[in-house]
Ligand binder design. Structure first.
Ligand SMILES: Cc1cc2nc3c(=O)[nH]c(=O)nc-3n(C[C@H](O)[C@H](O)[C@H](O)COP(=O)(O)OP(=O)(O)OC[C@H]3O[C@@H](n4cnc5c(N)ncnc54)[C@H](O)[C@@H]3O)c2cc1C
Ligand code: FES
Length: 279
């Protein structure tokens, strides 16, 4: 069993928990994720490692309530335990060294998934522009934490309630049109957002990495649940990714595959809510 050491609410339906998991904490690198089960009969869900503390032996994750399992996790409090916490899984991000200019772009909860890359890039001496976005001001997360790390932070909201009005991809277009150049762009967030960023950077020939989030079950390359097509080849996001060259990803297929179990997911959430009302 894995104990919850700390818990913070970051925004409506987005929370951060620190979990005691010394073995995972010891090996975790930017870009990697864990798979957890809340209880013995629970489903396995993948979540990105936002941060880890080798000395304390803890791993921090940021979770957005999407359905039954993330809802159940949100109902856990400090001192409670969860059944399984397996990782680190997936490949670490391939990050440049030294003077490279990198734009790290996060949308929604993807902002937290991108945090370890920003931290590592700064440690390596890179020049890091961070662009974060959310639908509205109330859903924006980690502005202060990223602001302290980044050379420059640009904040966007879709509805213009805070920062620049528009999508993160609009803010990137503005920079590129003003003559900015980047050696690498990393984009993590909703599929639509990652595809929009990929479309922009392709035109400028900028190498771009996205972190894909297909349905995962075992996380070992055995079940085939996380199959994606990249550069015309079949890949398993859990073992070959989760990060890939954005310009080679078949986003259309990924959109379709993500919607396969929507009816079942909706039913499971409704059944859970009937038994346990939302806090
Ligand atoms: C590598 C990776 C890293 C992720 N990191 C984060 C993170 O740091 N924070 C965060 O909030 N979310 C993250 N996700 C998404 C998270 O796994 C899903 O939101 C979660 O599984 C939803 O489960 P649920 O039972 O609450 O919702 P459900 O109602 O079961 O599903 C809601 C939606 O979540 C997705 N989903 C459902 N089950 C899975 C599954 N087993 N694997 C992947 N996606 C699923 C589907 O798109 C689905 O439509 C990540 C996904 C992947 C693949
Ligand atoms: S999650 Fe089963 S093959 Fe990737």
């Amino acid at each position: 069993m894995f104990e919850i050491k700390d818990k913070k609410v970051l925004a409506s339906a987005i929370f951060q928990i620190e979990i005691v998991a010394p073995r995972v904490a010891k090996k975790a690198q930017p870009g990697q994720f864990i798979i957890l089960r809340v209880h013995e009969q629970g489903e396995r869900i993948p979540l990105t490692i936002k941060d880890s503390d080798h000395e304390k032996g803890t791993v921090t994750i940021v979770v957005q309530v999407a359905g039954k399992t993330t809802q159940m996790l949100s109902e856990k409090e400090i001192g409670d335990t969860i059944q399984d916490f397996v990782g680190p899984l997936g490949n670490p991000t391939e990050l440049p060294e030294g003077e490279a200019k990198v734009a790290c772009i996060g949308g929604g909860v993807g902002t937290a998934c991108m945090f370890p890359q920003v931290k590592e890039l700064k440690q390596r001496g890179c020049d890091v522009t961070v662009i974060i976005g959310a639908r509205t001001k109330e859903l924006l997360i980690m502005e202060d934490e990223l602001g302290e790390l980044a050379n420059r932070l640009i904040v966007c909201t879709d509805d213009g309630s805070y920062g620049e009005k528009g999508f993160v991809s609009d803010a990137l277009i503005k920079l590129l049109k003003a003559g900015e150049t980047f050696d690498l762009v990393i984009a993590i967030g909703p599929l639509m957002m990652m595809r929009a960023v990929a479309n922009v950077t392709e035109g400028y020939g900028i190498h771009t990495i996205v972190s894909l989030n297909p349905i995962m079950v075992d996380g070992t390359g055995m079940c085939g649940g996380c199959r994606v097509t990249v550069g015309g080849e079949v890949k398993f996001a859990c073992v070959d990714g989760p990060e890939f060259d954005a310009h080679k990803v078949d986003f259309k297929e990924l959109f379709m595959r993500q919607r396969y179990y929507m009816d079942e997911e909706k039913l499971a959430k409704e059944q859970h809510e009937c038994k346990l009302p939302l806090k």
